[in-house]
Design a protein around this ligand. Sequence first.
Ligand code: MTE
Length: 317
Amino acid sequence: MIIKTIKAIPSHEITDEQVFIQRRTLIKSLLAATLVGNSRTLFAQNKAAAWPSIAQSELSTSTLSPTPAKLVKEYTNYYEFSYNKEESTSLAQALDVDPWSIEISGEVENPSKFHLEDILSKQTLEERIYRFRCVEAWSMVVPWVGFPLVNVLNMAKPLSSARFVKFTTAQKPDVMPNLRNESILQWPYTEGLRIDEATHPLTLLAVGMYGERLPKQNGAPLRLIVPWKYGFKSAKAIVKIELLKTAPLTSWNKSAPNEYGFYANVNPSVPHPRWSQNSERLLGSGFFSPRRQTELFNGYGQQVARLYSDMDLRHFF
Ligand code: MTE
């Protein structure tokens, strides 16, 4: 994956003028947001003090070609709206994402509700091109725009008792018709990470993709991206982040614990009980293209395998 600050995207990497124009517009609008308020922040100091960092060279390992944006925007899983991909894409347009605030609570010194613009005003936005692997055995490559989750956790000053992080997402019954249906999932949609996963430099809070603000159907205004885990971990439209002493129950784990584990690290040798996870259909690669061989940790093993060195990967999900 490639990591760059949004200011550093060279124009020669942008193939299409329209995309270039959109990206410039995004840079302007997102940077306008980041300039609100006082940009001299405690992040840089806290980040270095509180969590281990990773060399920038370790974050830039390969060049990936993004999946066509249209596919990523239209092939979405957003179950609060519908279990049907096309329907969830169109219904999600009714979600009002401005203004937005995020509560951070639990094992922290400074539990607070933050306005999204206050969070953004303290961030340097980066573009990160990550592989994204769904547990349904399809994959894509997405240029996300965002910032490390650890930056936001540090705003609330985590206590050393914080071992896990729980994410709770928006629940708006007036615009999310599928909230009435609890036959598969119970609402709100929740997810969780271990604290070392949450503070890993690859773990991102995305506010944009393809040089634009995040589309509503892809999780606007703010979603989690954990590139070495199956896509269901990447909670959309986050409203609450809790730091906890014990592992939280997550939506899919609660719904079908034998099929969806808490860790959900991409692992070709651990099949889903109903299908193999050995290979994947890369969206946009053409109907007759060969399937892509799925990689352990979705190809990010060099960066994250050390987090799991004492666990038996054969039975690990
Ligand atoms: N977040 C919320 N709030 N609701 C959801 O239904 N679906 C998850 C995840 N985040 C989901 C969610 C699943 S199953 C996947 S694969 C990814 O979002 C899909 O992200 P995409 O639609 O942007 O491709």
